[in-house]
Ligand binder design. Structure first.
Ligand code: PNW
Length: 463
């Protein structure tokens, strides 16, 4: 039987706004997601994260379920405005207490905490007062907030992720406007991206300078889907490569190489801000590991300029800037997000990163799928999700055999939760959540995942 390396880390992931609820409890300040989701029309059925899975009150029960699942690590995020209600200045000790207890409970259960500092729920005050990710004070505010987290939690937390998916923040938040703060622009995404990179780098410098004795590791999580050339033509191969550079190298090149990719500089001109030489030096080398969120694959072709029926949510960014035309194979199975299930794309993605960034240690910090799961006779028979995990984890195993340094894998998500603008019927969880009663229930895929962890292999069948 093919197995993963002995030290392979099996985990699951969540984020604060998607699961916690208690949006106004015990001193938490509002975030841009509280504000955005309260505007009629911005989310599916007007749903919000006000209660979500009520993890804030149910975290002990959730950690017991994690223990039952046998996971070694749990990735969650801290809501900035829960511990700093306006994003700067005053600290909310009640909020600190919540995360402190959560961390203690995880450690008691032998589960290693992986903490994301920013998973999109920016304190609303920072949006209003500092122009959010467009302002040039934001990176310093983020670094101060990160410092507080290292100080209060770093004795027990040894794995830090600064930002979750800056691409989504920039493109969906400042380009397409489908996520908070809901801005629509073709230039702001590149400005926001610039501040996000600076914020990440400043936080890492504080960690390395002030908290070296904590002996932890710190990195960033970027998302990227695979782009497969539609045909063998050089034009299409170049288009696919360009798409990957606008997607992932946008953020990873500054961090691993010191600057934006050439193709972005050429095509964007003055719309892409420049890093000073000092900033380049400050940014380069600021990730101890390569965090990757990977969900799907699309074909990429050179865009000949003809009108297209574009799929907005989840497309490749600002396509005019790239001259890339994305499409799907009609034989691919789609999840409820309309994301295609293509395990070999995951293997190619890992190999591309391995090659471009000189064999970094990679963690898949998210991979998973949404389906319209139903509880029938007390059970959720999510065979499609089981097959999804089996396929993607097998692809991971093959990548490792080929020499890719993939060190861990976090399933998205531990449980069904608030899927942002798509609300609650896009169910991504290994655990089913009844959003009326808030009861949790392991799905069939969770039972499979548990066996896979036990055997340290994805080549297993459920008995
Ligand atoms: C990620 N896209 O979001 C997030 O990190 C999670 O919070 C989220 O629940 C999960 O993936 C599933 O959506 C993404 O359009 C949202 O390409 C959109 C895209 C990618 C990732």
């Amino acid at each position: 039987m093919n197995t993963f390396p002995n030290d392979f880390i099996w985990g699951t992931a969540t984020s604060s706004y998607q699961i916690e609820g208690a949006a106004t409890k015990n001193g938490k300040g509002p975030s841009i997601w509280d504000a955005f989701s309260s505007i009629p029309g911005k989310t599916h059925n007007g749903e919000t994260g006000e209660i979500a899975c009520d993890h804030y009150h149910k975290f002990k029960e959730d950690i017991q379920l994690m223990k039952d699942l046998g996971i070694k690590a749990y990735r969650f995020s801290i809501a900035w405005s829960r511990i700093m209600p306006t994003g700067k200045g005053k600290i909310n000790e009640e909020g600190i207490k919540f995360y402190s207890e959560l961390i203690d409970e995880l450690i008691k259960a032998d589960i290693v905490p992986w903490v994301t500092l920013y998973h999109w729920d920016l304190p609303l005050a920072l949006q209003l007062e500092d122009d959010g990710w467009l302002g040039d004070s934001i990176s310093d505010h983020f670094a101060t907030y990160a410092d507080l987290c290292f100080e209060r939690f770093g004795d027990r937390v040894k794995n830090w992720i600064t930002l979750n998916e800056p691409w989504v923040v920039a493109i969906l938040g400042y380009g397409q406007g489908v996520f908070a703060p809901g801005r629509v622009s073709t230039s702001e995404p590149y400005l926001a991206g610039h501040q996000l990179i600076l914020a990440h780098a400043k936080a890492v410098h504080i960690y390395r300078k002030k908290y070296k004795h904590q002996k932890g590791q710190i990195g960033i999580t970027n998302n990227c889907d695979w782009r497969e050339p539609l045909t063998d033509s050089n034009e299409d191969k170049e288009a696919a490569e360009r798409a990957l550079q606008f997607f992932l190298a946008w953020f990873a090149d500054p961090i691993y190489k010191g600057d934006y990719p050439e193709t972005m500089k050429e095509r964007l001109g003055d719309r892409l801000p420049k890093f000073s030489l000092e900033e380049q030096k400050m940014i380069k080398g600021t990730s101890d590991f390569f965090g990757l969120n990977h969900y799907t694959t699309m074909y990429a072709a050179h865009d000949d300029g003809s009108p297209k029926d574009r799929n907005v949510y989840g497309n490749g960014g600002i396509s005019e800037d790239q001259e890339v035309d994305l499409s799907l194979d009609k034989n691919w199975d789609l999840t409820l997000m309309n994301w295609a299930v293509v395990p070999w794309g995951c293997k190619k993605m890992l190999e591309w990163i391995d090659n471009r960034y000189d064999k970094p240690e990679i963690y898949i910090t998210e991979n998973g799928c949404a389906y319209a799961d139903q509880l029938i006779d007390g059970k959720v028979n999510d065979q499609e999700r089981l097959e999804f995990y089996k396929g993607y984890l097998n692809a991971c195993q093959q990548a490792i055999e080929g020499g890719v340094k993939l060190k861990g894998y976090f399933a998205w998500s531990f449980m069904d939760n608030f899927e942002w603008a798509s609300g609650y019927d896009k169910r991504f969880g290994l655990h089913y959540v009844d959003f009326e009663t808030l009861q949790r229930k392991p799905k069939k895929s969770a039972l499979w995942f548990r066996e896979a962890i036990k055997n340290n292999s994805a080549n297993i069948d459920l008995l």
